[in-house]
Write a protein that binds this ligand. Structure first.
Ligand code: ZN
Length: 127
């Protein structure tokens, strides 16, 4: 399970230093809101038992659709201001996290309900 802090531009990128600084010391505006929201989602995901890709959610995984919807909303916020944060990295985190909880961003549904399958969306998010 990768967390928000794992998603950084390459060190050669001009956005590496500002993005990394914003993750560690978010300013009081949009950076704080986005970083804390993503970290809260990461924290919740770490508490959810992993779903079985073949059979769907395991007991206790009922929070997964809620997390999927939060991530869906997080991606909408990326259309607004992000401060020094690199939108591409935040979106990569969002796609990865949605896939980890089995949420299909295309259909706004659990992947075992929409027919995409959790394995497929996880493979796409890792690509
Ligand atoms: Zn789907």
């Amino acid at each position: 399970m990768k967390r928000l802090e794992s998603f950084k531009p390459s060190k050669q990128s001009s956005t590496y230093a500002p993005h990394t600084a914003a993750l560690m010391w978010p300013d009081g505006g949009y950076e704080v809101a986005l970083v804390y929201l993503a970290q809260s989602i990461d924290g919740y995901v770490s508490l959810i038992p992993q779903d079985d890709p073949e059979t769907g959610p395991v007991d206790g995984a009922v929070g997964s659709p809620g997390i999927g919807q939060l991530v869906q909303g997080f991606r909408v916020l990326l259309n607004g201001r992000t401060g020094r944060l690199d939108r591409t990295q935040l979106d990569s985190w969002a796609r990865y996290t949605a896939a980890q909880v089995g949420w299909c961003l295309d259909h706004e549904a659990m992947a075992y309900d929409c027919g995409h399958g959790v394995g497929k969306i996880r493979a796409e998010a890792e690509a």
